[in-house]
Design a protein around this ligand. Sequence first.
Ligand code: FAD
Length: 288
Amino acid sequence: MNPILRAFEGPSVPFSVEMFPPKGQLTLDAARLAAQGVAAARPDFISVTCSAGGSGNSSQTVDIAALVQDELSVPGVAHLTCVSATCQSLDEEMERMRAAGVNTVLALRGDLAPGCQPQDFHLAKDLIPILKERGFTVAAAAYPEGHISCLDPRENIRHLKEKQDAGADFFITQLFFDNNAFFRFREQAQAAGVTIPIVCGVMPFLGKGQIQRMIFMCGSSLPSAIIKLLAKYEDNPEALRQAGIRYACEQLVELARQQVDGLHVYAMNQPDIALAAAEALRAEGFRP
Ligand code: FAD
């Protein structure tokens, strides 16, 4: 059985971390160091983004996911976007993943660069069955507060269920800062017949600029508790960063108390975030 799916059946809440591959000034060695640091938190898997936020850094996603598995013995998940892919480029990418021993994929639509048109795939649900046919374990994205371009919450749940029906094995959510939004979403998903695990994605806020970008990119709501922390530590970036990590840790512990299916930390290649999250869960008895 795939070790990630096995973790969903284990006694403690699965804990995982997202990282991004080399981009800009970040070399492969720097990515290796970040992966080593993140792996010290003993996650059940590490997922590796693919050109997230239009960064264009997709060529090393599979290499980093393989590095995580081969050098650090942590299951790796490769993110894969389909909106710019053709059937042929998808075939080649699946071959590359197979050859590298990466068997779990987060199947995504991705976002088109302005002025570009989708190629052979329009939605993530078109990609999922192809990956399943080739024997991959497949995760898909879930949006507790709805995708930024989906205005109707019922449509959001319908799209979620379609991804399960297309063969997804589990979901990982977009980041959210308000746990109650997730609990409402979980209830609606269950009522609609969603039965596969929904892993909660949590990202600490680290600064005002970062949080502004994130909420406009994702449409996640900003609780007043965070607005107050942003105001309180406006002139002290390090204190604000620490407050953001603490807030995320408290969020994770509350989610674990409410018996969510899994916890995924957007650690942004900063090992101290992954370590703080794992430690907070351990201190409350949610991790061995
Ligand atoms: P889809 O599920 O295909 O949805 C796309 C849009 O279409 C949504 O608005 C949805 O509501 C709508 N829709 C879905 N089904 C239907 C339907 N049947 N009829 C009409 N409309 C429909 N992006 C990257 O580029 N790289 C990454 O590595 C990356 N990692 C991510 C990780 C996670 C956990 C998440 C949550 C997102 C990630 N993203 C990443 C962002 C993602 O690519 C974007 O949010 C993208 O806009 C949607 O991708 P999707 O797979 O959710 O698409």
